[in-house]
Design a protein around this ligand. Structure first.
Ligand SMILES: Nc1nc2c(ncn2[C@@H]2O[C@H](COP(=O)(O)OP(=O)(O)OP(=O)(O)O)[C@@H](O)[C@H]2O)c(=O)[nH]1
Ligand SMILES: [Mg+2]
Length: 304
């Protein structure tokens, strides 16, 4: 079906090389020569995992399992981490983006300001168009002055249709978009949303309102409620995931700006704490810089 989503990510290893060094390289270098998992070695390992943005809880859980046991030796620490990380990612769910043939597929994209929501929508529109799908973008960020023009440019580049209404209520823009697709048979609606309103409460209320319009007007069409996280924000991403989860009940994560980031371990922290699978990764600013995410490939890439 989706050639694009099945694409192997050629440069994945290069993209995650900084993350791999922070998360695996440093730990393996300092631990694997040791005779035993002494208190000192374990403390050191825990510090390294925390500074690689794995999160305090997860880091201490991993280290605690190595305490007072003889099964895993320091020389096997690399394989130990590999198995643990893979298990965490697998338990968070399927990496494939949900899509149903011959039906309307709505993707609700949210996240704090500047993480790359609008860019992700442009890239997704382009990919769906390349797959021969009929795509409509709903410009649900009517708050930021330049947001709709930015989406206009992306939609033209991608060859997708767009619904935009300056200063209108975002929920009404989404209502109109669904209306159009019901009359004209579209495959996909991509809903862009604001990242910043006057305050967090207002933003969450607005997102809830948009989501309830989707659920009322097109029940069963919402395929993903996707949180966009900037790979460089590290642990803050976990906090963001909690807030958005509470407001709109997320189904997945897109991780942007993974190119060059050393903090890609946020993928694991979010999988562990939130049970949310990463489905897409942004690896640059161009249209084609969007890739599918595979837990297996990611693990292979960071462990070589
Ligand atoms: N290097 C890199 N830059 C990216 C990526 N995705 C987005 N960007 C850049 O990040 C900046 C912000 O992107 P936007 O798409 O405007 O972010 P947004 O979440 O829509 O922002 P708001 O609408 O203000 O909330 C832009 O300069 C993008 O070019 C990525 O995967 N890699
Ligand atoms: Mg935007």
């Amino acid at each position: 079906m989706f050639g694009f989503f099945k694409d192997k990510f050629n440069n994945l290893k290069e993209t995650v090389s900084n993350t791999a060094q922070a998360l695996v390289g440093n730990v393996v270098n300092s631990v694997s020569q040791e005779e035993e998992f002494s208190q000192f070695v374990l403390d050191d390992m825990e510090d390294m995992l925390i500074s690689a943005d794995l999160g305090v809880n997860y880091a201490s859980e991993l280290v605690d399992k190595l305490r007072n046991q003889t099964k895993v030796k320091p020389s096997e620490v690399k394989n130990y981490l590999k198995q643990e990380f893979l298990k965490t990612l697998n338990e968070a769910g399927d990496n494939n983006i949900n899509y149903v043939d011959d039906a309307l597929n709505i993707y609700f994209i949210c996240g704090v300001n500047g993480v790359g929501k609008t860019t992700l929508i442009g890239k997704l529109a382009y990919k769906f168009k390349n797959e021969g799908k009929k795509v409509l973008i709903a410009a649900g960020d009517t708050f930021r002055a330049a947001a709709e023009e930015q989406l206009d440019i992306w939609s033209k580049r991608a060859g997708a249709d767009i619904i935009r209404r300056d200063k209108a209520d975002p929920a009404s823009v989404v209502f109109e978009a669904i209306d159009k697709t019901q009359k004209e048979q579209f495959d996909v609606i991509l809903v862009d949303t604001a990242g910043r309103l006057q305050n967090k409460f207002n933003l969450m209320e607005e997102l809830k309102k948009i989501k309830s319009v989707i659920e009322k007007k097109a029940p069963d069409a919402l395929r993903e409620c996707m949180l966009v996280l900037d790979a460089n924000t590290g642990q803050n991403g976990l906090q963001q995931a909690k807030v958005f989860m509470e407001a709109v009940n997320l189904t997945s994560v897109a991780l942007t700006k993974l190119d060059g980031s050393a903090k890609g371990a946020i993928v694991l922290a979010v999988a562990k704490e939130m049970k949310l699978p990463v489905k897409l990764i942004g690896v640059g600013e161009k249209m084609e810089d969007l890739k599918s995410f595979s837990s297996q490939d990611f693990i292979e890439a960071i462990f070589e």
